[in-house]
Design a protein around this ligand. Structure first.
Ligand SMILES: O=C(O)CCC(=O)C(=O)O
Length: 261
């Protein structure tokens, strides 16, 4: 069962990079991450936890002015959102992170990303890991992962569904690899290698034109183009009353170099 494990940013010494050669993988999750660069762990959160997270993240984002990527996007110190932290850094999540890095212990960064109705393009996340010399693809010990919790179902037909190019974490230039939709239900957890090519929700043609127009006008008239773009997308959503908000929470982790036990 490839990429379904069957069970239910930063570079600093001792975390993720520089832990030496990776130990031979010992479990299915590690194999999926090594070969394909991503894995889905089903039913990690209960539906009431997903509902709770949706309202906690909505409250937090509504109170902040963090317009970006056509929606709201905020990097948050987890301690600032204890309601979210108690669920996404709970034992049931940690158990799977431990499986990804065993026999080494894992370490979570203390930051999570909250995203509401954001758009995206194909990219790798290595840019956040000081990959100036391309070491991310040559260092055998490079091991940084992102966890994604999508707080709604994302099926095969949805434009909101995360897409990846399995295997593209192995090189900086594998854009010809086939694309896979990562279909999930709310409560599933996706773990992906930060080097994998991935895409969230692509902006539509109309949205791209709007974004460009706001960028040009915003520079000239000195208004916040990101805010204008995000708000115009949210107005357009009023005309699709059944479209629920696309919400996601991301965290980053890696091995911390100390064998468990
Ligand atoms: O919005 C998404 O689903 C993708 C997020 C993403 O690309 C990222 O966190 O790097």
């Amino acid at each position: 069962m490839q990429n379904e494990t069957g069970v239910s940013g930063q570079t600093e010494a001792g975390f993720g990079a520089g832990v030496g050669r990776l130990p031979d993988e010992t479990n299915e999750l590690q194999r999926a991450l090594r070969i394909d660069g991503y894995a889905i762990v089903r039913n990690v959160l209960k539906l009431e936890e997903v509902r709770f997270l949706r309202s906690a993240a909505t409250r937090y984002l509504q109170a902040s002015d963090c317009y970006n990527y056509g929606g709201k996007f905020q990097l948050v110190k987890m301690e600032k959102v204890p309601d979210i932290e108690t669920i996404i850094a709970s034992g049931s999540v940690r158990r799977h992170l431990a499986r990804a890095t065993e026999p080494l212990a894992f370490r979570l960064t203390d930051i999570c990303d909250l995203a509401l109705n954001t758009t995206s393009q194909w990219h790798k996340d290595v840019v956040h890991f000081n990959d100036i010399d391309g070491h991310a693809f040559t260092d055998e010990g490079f091991q940084f992962y992102k966890i994604a919790f999508y707080l709604q179902d994302q099926d095969d037909t949805s434009p909101a569904t995360l897409r990846v190019r399995p295997g593209s974490h192995l090189s900086h230039d594998l854009t010809n690899l086939p694309v896979k939709k990562v279909v999930v239900c709310a409560g599933d957890m996706i773990i992906f290698d930060v080097r994998i090519d991935h895409l969230g929700q692509l902006a539509t043609v109309t949205e791209r034109m709007l974004r460009m127009s706001f960028a040009t006008a915003g520079a000239r008239l000195r208004f916040d183009a990101q805010k204008a773009f995000s708000q115009s997308r949210s107005i357009m959503r009023w005309f699709h009353p059944r479209a629920s908000d696309r919400m996601a929470i991301f965290m980053t982790f890696g091995p911390c170099g100390t064998p468990v036990g």
